[in-house]
Design a protein around this ligand. Structure first.
Ligand SMILES: NC(=O)c1ccc[n+]([C@@H]2O[C@H](COP(=O)([O-])OP(=O)(O)OC[C@H]3O[C@@H](n4cnc5c(N)ncnc54)[C@H](OP(=O)(O)O)[C@@H]3O)[C@@H](O)[C@H]2O)c1
Length: 328
């Protein structure tokens, strides 16, 4: 018997229930993991709210660190007692223990704590994808990063700045602005909760000498879409990688032409790490970047796993700086 968080219908944080469940022996190609730290990610909210429908009843969560407790038939290259982490596969990370596909596991380096791993891996891999595969450094050094003080945002800001990006961050409070400057942003625009983003393009053009930025990294979606397009230089790229404020409006490609031959991309981490070898290579780069200070995992706070609903409410309220981690 072990405990987990489950929901039987989509809804607000209150649908997340603490339940007891049997855990069968791991099947072929699986291992049983005892979780030690669970990463909270915005995609968990999309699943819970029904924005991204999942089969019900569902256990949310795509990211955790833990210890291998048992190997299923055919599993090689892992040992009982080994510390590992994962970032996708079936949902179900909000649990004390679970079975998980062995080929989706990443061994943890000795110097990295489980809590830091659970704050680092998903968000760091996302930053890695955005910096290495999406960013058009050739379109000019200026970049705009929305939600720059978020779990992904702080790592993305620091990594871009370390690679020569001149980052303009957008955040919801002065306190968050300070955190983003500390990661290397050259300028930070504060758009408080409830305010519109319509002044962002004007401010971006003032900062960039009238030209605009080469790339916008936008994880907010609905509320920021227009301001993001309006902030781009000709031939610039809008990398739309999330929708915390709601789905994007439909866009006519002619609008992209009219605004300066712009490009629109919707990158997903799941394609970036679909191949197990690519996952392990990207994870190794993320661990190395953390060890070298190129990125820093920020833990806003930890909460007991059974208070997952409180964690969701905190993340949705825009109160967090960095990552939330649940402890089983
Ligand atoms: N495409 C991918 O593969 C991929 C992978 C991982 C994550 N993501 C996306 O990256 C984004 C960041 O994820 P995260 O887990 O690190 O979350 P997060 O950035 O820590 O939290 C969301 C932040 O977005 C800002 N925000 C602005 N308007 C908001 C609204 N209406 N509702 C909620 N938040 C709002 C808030 O910052 P301010 O108060 O400073 O505005 C808030 O703190 C999410 O959109 C997620 O879906 C995408």
């Amino acid at each position: 018997m072990s405990h987990r968080i489950q929901f039987t219908a989509p809804g607000g944080p209150e649908v997340l229930q603490w339940v007891q469940a049997d855990l069968p022996a791991p099947g072929p190609g699986e291992v049983r993991l005892r979780h030690t730290a669970i990463g909270v990610n915005y995609i968990d909210i999309y699943h819970r709210s029904g924005a991204y429908p999942v089969p019900l009843p569902a256990v949310p969560g795509f990211e955790a660190a833990g210890v291998v407790e048992a190997l299923g038939p055919g599993v090689t290259g892992l040992a009982v007692g080994q510390r590992v982490a994962y970032v996708n596969g079936p949902t179900g990370a909000y649990s004390e223990a679970r079975n998980h596909p062995a080929d989706r596991l990443v061994p943890l380096p000795a110097g990295l704590s489980d809590e830091v791993a659970a704050a680092l891996l998903f968000k760091g891999l996302t930053a890695h994808m955005l910096v290495r595969r999406v960013w058009r450094a050739g379109a000019g050094p200026w970049v705009l990063v929305h939600a720059a003080a978020g779990g992904v945002g702080l790592m993305l800001t620091r990594w871009l700045a370390r690679e020569g990006g001149r980052v303009i961050g957008v955040v919801g409070s002065e306190e968050k602005a300070t955190a983003v400057r500390a990661e290397g942003a050259e300028a930070v625009l504060v758009v408080p909760r409830g305010a519109a983003y319509d002044q962002v393009p004007t401010e971006v053009r003032r900062i960039t000498g009238g030209r605009g930025v080469g790339t916008v990294f936008d994880s907010i979606g609905c509320d920021t879409f227009d301001a993001s397009l309006g902030s781009l230089a000709p031939f610039g790229l809008l990398a739309s990688f999330g929708r915390s404020s709601g789905p994007l409006p439909m866009v006519d490609p002619a609008e992209l032409a009219k605004r300066g031959s712009l490009a629109l991309q919707r990158p997903s981490i799941f394609h970036h790490i679909a191949d197990p070898a690519a996952l392990r290579a990207a994870a190794a780069e993320v661990f190395a970047a953390q060890a070298q200070g190129i990125i820093r995992a920020h833990i806003h706070g930890t909460l007991p796993l059974r208070e997952a609903g409180r964690a969701h409410a905190l993340l949705e309220s825009r109160a967090t700086r960095g990552a939330l981690v649940l402890l089983p």
